[in-house]
Design a protein around this ligand. Structure first.
Ligand code: FAD
Ligand code: NAG
Ligand code: NAG
Length: 390
């Protein structure tokens, strides 16, 4: 019996679910999952992990990938630690640089792109220091986290660029970490927002609630000022200079940008990408070709041109992609479709005791945010993602 080769690029919220789903339901599939890190990172908790090294144990937020696949036939699954560097849609092959050993070319019958997104803080592209909100393209997330925890613990003047959920959550965690270490008054934390309120995507009552909580934690909140430049430390001035629109300058020994996500698309043929670099998919999560031909390629999660780049949206997309991929393998029609909708679901802790957010049209009470997310950042769900159960 010849096996159907399914290659999946990216082992996170989207890719892990699709791998399990195919293995579970397609007896003659051979799945190869490519991911640079050998463990999945529960990055949802990154603001707390980075600010408070003792809040969680590494084994709670770094879950080994391979162990979650031991239940399948050994010839049905291969985990390939490495990075995909090219896709050839004509030859139907993927080139991979494994973490160890020589470059490989894998043939596929079906391909899944689930390579997600990254942030400039994660790559350290602006400051040279990685603050890993996302994994890198090496198997080094644990070292990156440790190093970042060290930089954060030593910093005296921290400037956070961007007051979306990541900026606000991080500011709250940092302020508590400073307080817990007895350094209140010795460390300054400034949150800079380009918009006239923090959390501009949420209802204004959520923004004012967040601002009040941040200011209670002694965080300086600067609004309506875009960060326009970050200057490198020089010999006679060892700190960073963060320039704001309008001429103000802030000095910082740690600058953490939290705005914008960029697609992990360096290996994806340009014909599959929209103008911003995201992979064009239809509602069936099938990658769209330039000439309208039907490709045996699906994509799911942050990498697609669906604009709500959230983990539970990545999981929803993965369910649709997996169902339609399995249908395609057995020669059937697409059976599910994805529509991100326009309702907002966002819970934003500001430290351990409370926070704000928006659940459909409703701004939750602070104590509810603590109960839902603030206590543990959903960390107990990390293992279920790796086991494909989300
Ligand atoms: C700090 C932070 C907090 C967040 N908090 C929340 C939250 O509270 N709630 C929420 O819903 N969402 C949250 N998000 C968004 C959430 O993290 C993303 O929506 C989610 O990670 C998307 O999952 P994904 O599987 O599409 O891609 P990703 O999680 O980005 O994973 C992509 C995977 O592909 C791998 N990869 C990339 N390129 C290659 C390649 N060339 N070859 C092989 N592998 C590759 C990567 O290493 C990675 O493992 C947060 C994001 C950040 C940055
Ligand atoms: C994602 O893309 C960025 C920018 O191209 C890169 O620095 C980062 O290492 C990539 N991550 C992975 C996992 O490939
Ligand atoms: C993604 O791109 C495809 C192809 O251009 C388009 O049909 C689809 O509507 C886009 N999706 C979204 C959510 O804009």
């Amino acid at each position: 019996m010849s096996l159907i080769d399914v290659v999946i690029i990216g082992g996170s919220f989207a890719g892990l679910h699709i791998a399990h789903s195919v293995l579970h339901d397609v007896p003659d599939a051979k799945v190869v999952l490519i991911n640079p890190s050998t463990s999945f990172f529960w990055n949802i908790a990154a603001p707390r992990i980075l600010a408070k090294p003792k809040a969680f144990r590494p084994e709670q937020y770094l879950i080994p990938i391979k162990d979650a696949f031991v239940g399948y036939r050994p010839d049905a699954f291969e985990f390939l630690p490495g990075t995909a560097t090219a896709i050839d849609p004509v030859a139907k092959s993927v080139t991979v640089t494994p973490n160890e050993g020589d470059i490989k070319t894998l043939s596929y019958d079906y391909l899944v792109i689930a390579s997600g997104s990254t942030t400039s803080a994660s790559t350290g592209s602006l400051t040279g220091t990685s603050i890993p909100f996302k994994p890198s393209n090496h198997n080094d997330i644990q070292e990156l986290i440790k190093a970042a925890q060290g930089h954060i613990a030593e910093a005296k003047e921290i400037v956070i660029g961007g007051a979306g959920p990541i900026g606000v959550e991080l500011a709250g965690e940092l302020a508590e970490a400073v307080e817990e270490s007895g350094n209140t008054g010795k460390v300054s934390i400034t949150l800079v927002s380009a918009t006239d309120r923090v959390l501009p995507m949420l209802k204004s009552s959520a923004s004012s609630a967040a601002r009040k909580m941040l200011e209670q934690k002694k965080i300086k909140v600067v609004t309506s000022k875009r960060v326009i430049g970050v200057e490198t430390p020089v010999e006679d001035n060892p700190t960073w200079t963060v320039s704001l629109e309008g001429g103000d300058k802030l000095s910082a020994d740690l600058y953490i940008p939290t705005t914008g996500v960029t697609p992990n698309n360096s290996f994806i043929p340009p014909q599959f990408l929209d103008n911003d670099g995201w992979v064009k998919v239809n509602s069936e999560m099938r990658v769209q070709s330039a000439d309208g031909s039907v490709l045996p390629i699906f994509a799911a999660g942050d990498i697609t041109n669906n604009s709500m780049r959230l983990s539970f949206k990545a999981s929803e997309q993965a369910h649709v992609a997996a169902a339609n991929l399995k249908a395609a393998i057995v020669g059937g029609k697409a059976i599910k479709s994805y529509n991100q909708g326009d309702s907002i679901m966002m819970v934003v802790p500001v430290g351990e005791a409370g926070g704000t957010g928006q659940i459909f049209g409703f701004v939750p009470f602070s104590f509810m945010v603590k109960l839902i997310k603030g206590k543990h950042f959903f960390i107990e769900k990390a293992a279920s993602i790796v086991h494909g159960k989300a």
